[in-house]
Design a protein around this ligand. Structure first.
Ligand SMILES: Nc1ncnc2[nH]cnc12
Ligand SMILES: [Zn+2]
Length: 337
């Protein structure tokens, strides 16, 4: 039996991936203030500490309201570079060797920021992380589901010159009342162009949204997906088809999907054979980066070593990295045990 301290050490020793990370959700309060100053923006808070005090959310929407407001400080290519580079340096410190990063272009282009500034700033940091930190990455462009599909289709058009930098598309923002079926045309176009497809589903919305994302959007992975526990049939299907759920434990507690982490179904989903793994979602808002999520799971759910190793291995197995690299990483993990 490993102690919780030993498991936390093991987590740090093993290479890891992060598959569910909104780059705008890594915008720390200090950086909000630094970028506001650089860009001459005045904020309705006296200090970073006062802003951080507002991070007490009732649900997904109360978080999103603040999250979209904070993104207003992101204005230039350099801002997007700095934001992404800060996240990647944290990855290096935590032995995260591969990341699949979401970005929300509409939350920037709707404010008049050119798509090119956003994608080039993020990509420059990703390239630098590959050469200086040996971190590989894929970029996933998310459509905001609270906006009409026509806006997503317009964004898809804006992305055309940049598709060489974009690996996949996703669907995020307010879930309830915005089912996946509303976005079938834009996902069909992305899939036809050879992009991977993912969608947030079953975070606050019902299990039926997970089924819609699979059947109508043909997604490769489900983001969150925890409300799958409401359907035994869907659980069996997702286990058999090997569809991964990118679970975000601290996020689920901070957005009141569960009252406490001890109620989280992560380990029961794992033991039922679902391909789940741990991610941080919006770490600047939810109490920590990837290792903090592992630590919280270790403290609240008392997993054994085999379960921790399986979660780490699932993060590679479910990634979009080339199969040979995946296999090499899985072998590397076995060699470290
Ligand atoms: N947890 C989340 N759910 C939906 N949309 C998001 N955008 C950023 N974080 C999100
Ligand atoms: Zn998310």
């Amino acid at each position: 039996m490993s102690s919780s301290a030993e498991l936390k050490q093991l987590v740090r020793r093993l290479p890891k991936t992060e598959l569910h990370l909104h780059i705008e959700g890594s915008l720390e309060p200090d950086m909000v203030f630094a970028l506001a100053e650089r860009n001459g923006i005045s904020l309705p808070y006296a200090s970073a500490a006062e802003l951080a005090q507002k991070y007490d959310f009732e649900n997904l929407q109360s978080f999103l309201d603040l999250y979209y407001q904070a993104t207003d400080v992101l204005q230039t290519e350099e801002d997007f570079f700095d934001l992404t580079w800060a996240y990647l340096q944290r990855c290096a410190a935590e032995n995260v060797v591969h990341v699949e990063i979401f970005f929300d272009p509409q939350s920037h282009t709707d404010r008049g920021i050119p798509f090119a500034e956003v994608v080039q700033g993020i990509d420059r940091a990703l390239q630098q992380a590959q050469s200086e930190l040996a971190i590989s990455s894929q970029l996933i462009m998310c459509f905001l589901r609270h906006l009409p599909e026509d806006s997503a289709l317009e964004t898809w058009q804006q992305a055309q010159p940049w598709l060489h930098l974009i690996h996949g598309v996703g669907l995020d923002s307010s879930e309830s009342g915005f089912p996946p079926e509303l976005f079938q045309r834009v996902f069909a176009q992305a899939r036809a162009a050879g992009l991977k497809c993912v969608a947030h589903a079953g975070e606050e919305g019902p299990a039926d949204y997970i089924e819609q994302a699979l059947d109508l959007l043909a997604v490769d992975r489900i983001d969150h997906g925890v409300r799958i526990t409401e359907s035994d049939t869907l659980m069996r299907r997702v286990a058999i088809e090997g569809i991964a759920l990118t679970v975000c434990p601290l996020s689920n507690v901070r957005l009141c999907v569960y009252d406490q982490l001890a109620d989280h179904p992560l380990l029961s989903l794992l033991d039922d054979g679902l391909q789940v793994m741990i991610n941080s979602d919006d770490p600047a808002y939810f109490g920590g980066y990837l290792c903090a999520n592992y630590d919280a799971v270790i403290d609240a759910l008392a997993p054994n070593q085999a379960q921790i190793v399986q979660l780490v291995k699932n993060s590679f197995a479910a990634s979009f990295m080339p199969e040979v690299e995946k296999l090499a990483r899985l072998q590397e993990i076995d060699a470290l045990l």
